[in-house]
Write a protein that binds this ligand. Structure first.
Ligand code: ADP
Ligand code: NI
Length: 225
């Protein structure tokens, strides 16, 4: 038929969006449809700026948490379903392998420090990390803490410097502590120049937020000085 390559790729992206909306529409664990939507948009913008394969980045980003342990009982089975879906949708074997490699390694290497092999993988990882910081990251962190019934802040157990995972767990895991345990470290873990620049902007926004938060917590204001 008369479809161009670009139209075929757009069609596949649209199908993937509907698949993810169906599967994650009702999820509120932080891995909801709108997380995939934002990561895919950000991945596309970074891919354009970095001269990477935009289709692979956007499709991998849309599907990146679909086989996550928090969402499916069996991660390997979830990954096989995604691979079968990509074949069915007409994605080339080369792109399918590449996308599956990104999905398998993006959160794993996030936690284990193994670098992503390809530029497209580095971009999807950057986009996923960017969604954990900035205004969206602040919102997700408080939503997560609320869902777990945790305090947003506890001055008695809140060292303001970097904490280890162990110190964090024993601290009760307030939302504010999560900034020190993870969010403020993410800007130094970015892979691409574009991702790093975006992360710096969002990092500064979080620092401003924390400063204001502590001021309000103490009932302080420039008005009283
Ligand atoms: P992803 O797999 O997309 O990188 P996570 O599953 O690690 O994300 O977390 C989902 C969201 O919940 C993120 O915004 C993250 O910062 C937040 N979050 C994860 N763990 C905690 C925690 N212990 N306290 C507060 N927020 C958390
Ligand atoms: Ni994610």
């Amino acid at each position: 038929n008369g479809m161009t390559g670009e139209q075929i790729r757009q069609g596949i992206i649209g199908q993937a969006e509907r698949l993810v909306q169906e599967q994650l529409g009702g999820d509120s664990s932080g891995h909801d449809w709108w997380h995939m939507f934002r990561v895919a948009r950000t991945a596309r913008r970074i891919a354009e700026a970095e001269g990477a394969d935009v289709f692979v980045c956007e499709l991998a980003a849309l599907l990146h948490d679909l086989a996550d342990e928090k969402l499916v009982e069996d991660k390997e089975a979830g990954q096989r379903r995604i691979e079968a879906w990509l074949n069915e949708a007409g994605v080339s074997p080369g792109d399918t392998d590449h996308i599956m490699e990104i999905i398998r390694t993006v959160s794993y290497s996030g936690g284990h420090g193994v670098p992503m092999r390809t530029l497209e993988g580095r971009i999807v990882q950057d986009a996923d990390r960017l969604d954990a910081i900035g205004a969206i990251g602040i919102g997700r962190t408080f939503a997560y803490g609320g869902a777990k019934g945790r305090l947003m802040h506890d001055p008695a157990q809140a060292p303001r410097e970097a904490m280890t995972q162990e110190e964090y767990r024993s601290s009760g895991g307030t939302a504010i502590n999560h900034f020190y345990e993870k969010l403020l470290k993410l800007k130094d873990l970015m892979n691409t120049d574009t991702g790093r620049a975006l992360a710096l902007e969002r990092h500064r926004y979080m620092e401003g937020f924390l400063e204001q938060f502590y001021q309000e917590w103490e009932g302080e204001s420039p008005m009283f000085r």
